[in-house]
Design a protein around this ligand. Structure first.
Ligand SMILES: *Cc1c(COP(=O)(O)O)cnc(C)c1O
Length: 408
């Protein structure tokens, strides 16, 4: 299929996709195996409280990552909250603003102030120089985020944490199955947190896990995850309920079994996008280090509006008109969302790279829910729209003016 300019929905054509193409459409493993597990679970009548599927999932993840402890949880947000608390973080903790809002909320939820550091424009992760500038006497820790599964500048962050006496942990929600210098993500800092939310690389419907090599931290996290129960009738600690249930673990185990296939699909899609978008002025694709293990879960474009002829937001409008629901993660940045926007109205002055990147990033659909033909079509829409940028601009500007007139 060849997309001509008059075919573009934004210029009056009909959408190339009758049904929406989503970013992060869940991967589904072997359905028969999943249903078999559900039947086992129902037969056992053991639905939660460290059931056999949860135990198996924890063992398999620990083995795959090469860590001593894995604690499965109901989701990564609660896993972050609990890990932050178990590490004894207080006062201020430095996090990137360029992350999903849960990283910041997990701190603020327990009256710890997230202090937003800027990012490195190459890795899209915390810039160690910025971290250093944000340290105050109240700082107790650093949370790096391996955005897109791209590892943080781990060594530099470790060095700062050691020298300044700060705790270091990682939000590895995107980075399950990824490595750094050949070692699996999950082995760095005091602990790392994975998300198994439906949209993530490995999904258990909802779920997450903390992995750590620290025995004491692991047992404290386990206690906190189950109300502080150390045995029947014996609560020895303040805790909450962060437990993963058996249905989620059954899905997690089933997803784990098809993980190699998912990576292969993601990787093929990534290579196809890279090939078909290669050379488009103003369009850069975030590239992963092929020497490392990587899950290729995110296809990330950076749009330079001046060179491309259309801004990121304009290109997004073009794509949405075609039912290609490309996403601008993590726009506008945590520091421009509430409550942080009101608490720290000037935070953006220290975050030039975050502001720049969050106005340029666009995530495209990938995963097992799309195929090579879909990707070719998406790429052709982008090429055609950019080749006819002035026409598209014209239509979009006229729309804005009409909207304004309607509002007046
Ligand atoms: C998805 C995500 C989370 C939250 O994970 P849940 O399992 O949905 O609670 C946290 N941090 C980042 C960076 C994420 O992408």
């Amino acid at each position: 299929m060849k997309v001509q300019s008059h075919d573009l929905a934004i210029l009056g054509g009909s959408p190339v996709f009758p049904e929406s193409l989503h970013v992060g459409r869940p991967n589904v493993g072997d359905r028969a195996r999943l249903l078999e597990r559900f039947n086992d679970m129902l037969d056992r009548r053991w639905f939660s409280n460290n059931g056999p599927f949860v135990q198996e999932l924890e063992q398999r993840i620990a083995a795959m990552v090469g860590v001593k402890h894995c604690i499965a949880m109901c989701n990564a947000t609660v896993a972050l909250e609990i890990t932050i608390r178990a590490l004894g973080l207080t006062g201020e903790v430095i996090v990137p603003s360029f992350t999903f809002i849960a990283t910041a909320h997990a701190l603020q939820w327990q009256q710890i102030t997230p202090v937003f550091g800027d990012i490195d424009p190459v890795t899209h992760t915390l810039d160690p120089k910025s971290v250093e500038e944000m340290i105050t006497p109240r700082t107790s820790g650093i949370i790096g985020v391996h955005v897109w599964g791209q590892p943080c500048r781990i060594e530099a962050l470790q060095e700062i944490a050691r020298r300044r006496g700060l705790a270091l942990m990682f939000d590895a929600a995107h980075a399950f199955g990824c490595s750094y210098h050949g070692q699996m993500i999950g082995n760095f800092g005091s602990a790392e947190v994975f998300s198994f939310h439906a949209t993530k690389f490995l999904n258990s419907f909802e779920g997450g896990a903390v992995v750590t090599n620290d025995d004491e931290l692991a047992s404290q996290i386990r206690l906190m995850t189950n109300f502080g129960f150390a045995g029947y009738d014996n609560v020895i600690y303040i805790g909450t309920n962060g437990k993963m249930n058996e249905a989620a673990a059954a899905m997690g185990l089933t997803s784990l079994e098809s993980l190699d296939d998912v990576v292969a699909v993601n990787r093929r899609h990534y290579a196809q996008y890279a090939r078909e978008l290669n050379g488009l002025p103003g369009v850069t694709m975030f590239s992963y280090d092929e020497r490392e293990r990587c899950n290729y879960q995110y296809v990330v474009l950076e749009i330079d509006g001046t060179q491309a002829g259309l801004s990121r937001d304009q290109l997004m409008e073009v794509l949405w008109a075609e039912n290609i629901l490309a996403r601008r993660y993590f726009y506008p940045g945590c520091h421009r969302m509430e409550p942080y926007r009101s608490y720290f109205p000037h935070a953006g002055l220290m975050l030039p790279e975050t502001n720049r990147l969050s106005s340029r990033v666009l995530i495209l659909p990938t995963g097992t829910a799309v195929d090579a033909a879909d990707i070719s079509t998406v790429c052709q829409v982008i090429q055609t729209a950019l080749a006819h940028a002035p026409e598209v601009q014209d239509v979009l500007l006229r729309r804005v003016m009409q909207d304004q007139e309607a509002a007046d």
